[in-house]
Design a protein around this ligand. Sequence first.
Ligand SMILES: Cc1cc2nc3c(=O)[nH]c(=O)nc-3n(C[C@H](O)[C@H](O)[C@H](O)COP(=O)(O)OP(=O)(O)OC[C@H]3O[C@@H](n4cnc5c(N)ncnc54)[C@H](O)[C@@H]3O)c2cc1C
Length: 602
Amino acid sequence: MSSSARTDRPPWAPAGPAGSAYDTDVLVIGSGPAGASMALALATYGVRVQMITKYGQLADTPRAHITNQRAVEVFRDLGIEDRLMREATPWPLMSNTTYCTSLAGQELGRVPSWGTDPRRHADYVLASPCAMADAPQTIVEPILVSQAQVRGAKIRFDTEYLGHVQDEDGVTTTVRDRLTQGEHTVRSRFVVGADGARSKVAEDLLLPFEGPGAVAGALSIVFEADLSRFVAHRPSVLYWMLQPGADDNGVGLGVLRMIRPWNEWMLIWGYDATSGPPELTDEFIRDLAAKLVGTDDFELRLSSRAPWTINHQFATTLAKGRVFCAGDAIHRHPPNNGLGSNTSLQDSYNLAWKLAYVVRGLAGPVLLGSYDTERAPVARQIVERANKSIRDTGRILEALGLTDTSDVARLHERLAALRAAGSDGEKTRHAMREAIASKSYEFNAHGVEHNHRYTSTAVIPDGTPMPEFTRDPELYAQPTTWPGAKLPHAWVTRDGAQVSTLDLGGKGRFTIYTGIGGDGWAQAAATLSAELGIDMPVVSIGPGQPFEDPYGTWAELREVPDDGVILTRPDLYVAYRAAAAPATAHEATAHLRTALTSVLGR
Ligand SMILES: Cc1cc2nc3c(=O)[nH]c(=O)nc-3n(C[C@H](O)[C@H](O)[C@H](O)COP(=O)(O)OP(=O)(O)OC[C@H]3O[C@@H](n4cnc5c(N)ncnc54)[C@H](O)[C@@H]3O)c2cc1C
């Protein structure tokens, strides 16, 4: 940690309002998906926020891209879903994850992915009002950052975090202006370190990490080339290549990833991290691209090339005092399952409302402790899942009876077996079909995305056990209103027009969901809104109520009777529920007050 003396304040960092001891309420370090969504959410909630980032630009390579429904729900709540969808590659084009020897070569099989399989599509459509989308980080970051700025966040490029010291009242952070090399300090109530996989904030906090760390190396090469003739008939985001040497560490096999259909691509290739990356000459890259495409008969324009490290590491504590870490700063893993940016956004969405309530004096600091309790298990889960997905790619080789692809003659012999008559061919084809189908745990892991169940001080148990999963919890989302789960999505109607139950909550507010006979809860909400100074809308759903349930879906999902109540937090997770209305509004108020003050730590 650094505690260098305070120097002249630059013009962009004015002191807070007259008399304020703080330059800003929250200082966010990093403008990636975690930092930018934190800045956007805080600005949306009316919190003074400054975001700094080390470089002079946002992401210059399109790393993250799969944007899952849960992330789009966050975009929706923050009012930027339409912007994202306008720029993203639409869901149907994300379908056919293809395994082949090269784009022009032998196809081994396809996985209908990201919920596009007709047998899975309904699961996805039923779980969320939002679609999946493919939105490279180069699209997502400008949307988040520009909107954060429009909503009042102060944003500073070329500004590097150097260190911080915290005391009882706040945090003093030393930063360097990389244009002038001048150093100065920023005083804030809280700091969020969203500074990526090499987080200095996490290092300074001495956050404990588990996992082996760097497990492999990979190359990312971005290029433009019109490859329509190889892919437009099997639209997908990912084409995996079984090539000699491709299984050598890295992401499992060689990959061609669509960035823009079908003329912008990222090539991903593994290398042995112990011996370092190969020299990324133009010639090396062109040869590699030709190998994966299966011909050199296409024009290629190189955009960028970079080695990176595949990690297996997660923090078991995410914060210390007034300083929190989010995103890759606390979970480092391969891109398999597309969980990195999605989870980073949700870390921030989980923490932002808590910071907002504490900054506004509506909640006690204990609420902030729930960030760690709720998100640390998620960090562990996604790191383990993504790394398992790499290992499971080995099943493709096993199906061929190979341990690696280094013996080229044997590889070709086994590939030929896939097309041969006879029992060996039949057995190999069966094994390959099973191996490829098993990749659904990477490409259709809907449950991994939706089934989080938080237990923390910000959730009030109702005494019922967590509902058992009736289907594979990694593959299938299972909605429940059990406290700690995300509110189920159902289409209800207002004046006849469809609206999602998710649209009725969120937006930085606690929300009461009730129905016919739930007047006591509505009165309690009004009383407590005034008493606690929080805005808490009431959503009453049922025949003749402001919202109706003509499809009966909400009645099926809500798990409480008409006169029961579900209290959601601003992040749309269920904080509390009760199965029946108390006898009087007074009693309802008492129950709800206990729940709310406990969640808020007041
Ligand atoms: C090839 C590839 C494909 C991927 N595909 C997907 C996918 O499909 N879906 C998905 O969800 N994820 C994917 N990911 C992962 C995803 O890119 C990361 O999980 C995500 O970028 C993490 O966001 P972040 O904001 O935590 O960190 P980053 O995006 O790394 O941002 C870190 C920020 O911190 C700033 N910073 C760093 N140090 C300092 C400092 N000292 N001072 C000031 N600022 C600092 C940087 O400038 C940057 O703005 C992929 C990753 C790779 C490499």
